[in-house]
Write a protein of this length. Structure first.
Length: 280
């Protein structure tokens, strides 16, 4: 029975790994096509079309694109400001592509940071994000409360001289749980979010509230609990003087008492991880 469960779990993770890689392939393909004058709306549409051509029909959320100081969420006050605008890309300008496709019932939510030409500030931000990936994994394995880990990420950003920009997201989240989504021929959306995915997240919110945990990893009291087993889309987001950078990828959390088996990143063959390896 244990072997069967392990085999089933492995197949499940393979499905999530496959859609996460597909999303990052999309980000790299679209980034390679960006040129001066392209708008955020056009970049978001390019992501949608690329993924739909490869079989994606549902979304946790539709693709986003942020250019220039919008990569640092400059002036963001309401959720509608996250949606793509007519901002045009210029040489040297940073950008972030963010997409959350659902494919064959598995969900990914990724963030890809780049620039049109060389941008030394964003390059430094990306290099310094490696320490956040290491800190998050280490402290999840230590079973530290999510709220405390969030605060440690904050402190690391301050030491690095940066601002916390994921605090601008709804509820200030650095991560949220993802899960399987029931496949349908057509799935409606609400404000850019797939209703099937929202239904699953809402179910987790209600279930977690009864049991004392939350599917939203935030700086607030409802995240004052140890990491909950499951899959978490984690996105530390750094900002510095109108430039932002982040990665977003899935962290696997288990109930194993073995620290190394209690948590791991779903995949280490991702653009930002390869970039860090090449720079060493």
């Amino acid at each position: 029975m244990a072997t069967a469960v392990t085999s089933e779990r492995s197949a499940e993770l393979s499905g999530f790994r496959r859609v996460q890689r597909l999303a990052y392939e999309c980000a790299e393909a679209v980034a390679a096509q960006l040129k001066p004058g392209v708008t955020e709306r056009e970049a978001a549409r390019m992501q949608r079309e690329w993924l739909r051509a490869r079989g994606v029909r549902d979304w946790f959320h539709l693709p986003f694109a942020w250019f220039g100081d919008r990569t640092a969420f400059a002036g963001f006050r309401v959720p509608l400001q996250f949606f793509p605008t007519s901002r045009r890309l210029e040489p040297g300008m940073p950008f972030i592509l963010d997409m959350a496709p659902v494919f064959e019932g598995h969900t990914a939510d990724i963030g890809y940071s780049g620039s049109l030409g060389i941008n030394p500030v964003q390059n430094k931000l990306m290099a310094d994000l490696e320490a956040h990936r290491e800190l998050i994994l280490r402290e999840v394995r230590e079973r530290r409360p999510l709220r405390e880990i969030y605060e440690d990420v904050d402190r690391l950003m301050v030491r690095q001289g940066y601002a916390n920009r994921h605090r601008a997201y709804p509820f200030g989240v650095i991560a949220h749980k993802v899960d399987r989504v029931r496949e349908r021929r057509w799935s409606p959306r609400l404000f850019g979010f797939g209703t099937q995915s929202l239904k699953g997240l809402a179910g987790d919110v209600l279930h977690g509230h009864r049991e004392g945990w939350s599917p939203l990893w935030s700086p607030y009291r409802f995240s004052d609990h140890p990491p909950r087993p499951g899959l978490w889309a984690v996105e530390p987001h750094l900002g510095f003087r109108g430039t932002g950078a982040k990665f977003e990828e899935i962290l696997v959390v288990t109930d194993s008492r073995n620290p190394e088996e209690s948590a791991c990143w779903l995949d280490d063959d991702l653009p930002h991880v390869r970039r860090w390896a090449e720079e060493k």
